[in-house]
Design a protein around this ligand. Structure first.
Ligand code: C2E
Ligand code: MG
Ligand code: MG
Ligand code: MG
Length: 287
């Protein structure tokens, strides 16, 4: 038995562990080249005004078209990017690309970009965001950065300073995956958030349990009492959308309303649903 012989156990696991480490190293090397090779791309998921069901913006979600592994989702490579520090370079690209796309959507729509907690620990975050605003020329009020509670958990004091400086740029801040952490509520009081996104686990629960409905109701009321825009994410059914509208949730996002999609498809959806004529094409904006 493996337990009775430590040496055998070691030998047994060694090849598998090495394989994993090698695979990670390979992926890391691949990622270093991926930016240059333009293998990353953004999908955009529409965000709707819940009452009127018009599109008010979109969230940028990064994907990696890996040459041999196929399409990789952020859950696979963002953690690796965070560990290696490549997240900064990747995030610069995401921010820039997201803002350039938003310029094609007319003058008003919002674009949301997810930030990694790792980026918050670096002193250059505010300058980087400022540089993207300047380079792209997008109105700062159209950019929203989504952060999770873990940002505050890492270093509460410096997170507050960074968030205040980001706010001074004129952008919006929202708390993503709201309700999954254990101190979300207290953070809302002391940090300059403009909005919250209710985690999709509560939205999924709307179909089954009264407790989810009570929680969502409470989050919406509290958000409104604090003058925050409340967005529900992960809406998959018409019933969920109906309940959220009843509960006066401001904005809605989810597969039922629109999946994350390629930039040109999003522009098409925008034209069809809002009747908005985009001001340019992707190629034009990228010049
Ligand atoms: P998130 O910011 O909470 O994004 C929502 C995730 O839920 C996305 O997964 C989206 O595709 C998925 N989703 C949206 N609507 C529905 C729905 O109705 N049902 C279900 N089951 N899922 C839905 P995705 O694209 O795999 O992204 C996962 C996470 O990766 C994101 O969670 C975000 O935290 C992170 N991420 C994505 N793009 C970036 C990025 O550019 N930078 C950073 N730092 N993180 C990113
Ligand atoms: Mg998000
Ligand atoms: Mg989320
Ligand atoms: Mg998330």
């Amino acid at each position: 038995e493996a337990k009775s012989n430590g040496r055998n156990l070691y030998k047994f696991y060694e090849p598998a562990m090495n394989e994993r480490i090698m695979e990670r190293r390979q992926l890391e090397m691949d990622m270093r080249q991926a930016l240059r090779r333009r293998e990353f791309r953004l999908d955009f998921q529409p965000r709707y005004d819940a009452a009127s069901q018009t599109i008010v913006g979109a969230e940028a979600l990064v994907r990696w078209q890996h040459p041999s592994r196929g399409l990789l989702s952020p859950g696979v490579f963002i953690p690796l990017a965070e560990e290696t520090g490549l997240i900064v370079e990747l995030s610069d690209w995401v921010l820039n690309e997201a803002c350039l796309n938003a310029l094609c959507w007319g003058p008003e729509l919002m674009v949301s970009v997810n930030l990694s907690p790792v980026e918050f620990q670096r002193s250059d975050l505010v300058d980087r965001v400022g540089a993207v605003l300047e380079q792209t020329g997008i109105a700062p009020s159209r950019l929203e950065l989504e952060i999770t509670e873990s940002v505050m958990l890492e270093d509460a004091a410096s997170a507050l300073t960074t968030m205040n400086r980001l706010k001074a740029l004129g952008i919006r801040l929202s708390m993503d995956d709201f309700g999954t952490g254990y101190s979300s509520l207290s953070y809302l009081r002391s940090y300059p958030f403009d909005g919250i996104k209710i985690d999709r686990s509560f939205i999924a629960g709307l179909d089954q349990s009264d407790s989810s409905e009570a929680i969502v109701n409470a989050i919406v009321s509290m958000g409104h009492a604090l003058s925050l825009t409340v967005t529900a994410e992960g809406i998959e059914t018409v019933a969920q959308l109906g309940k959220l509208t009843d509960l006066a949730c401001d904005q809605a996002q989810g597969f039922y309303l629109g999946r994350p999609m390629a930039p040109l498809l999003f522009q098409q959806v925008l034209r069809d649903s809002n009747g908005v004529e985009p001001e340019g094409t992707l190629a034009f904006a990228g010049e």
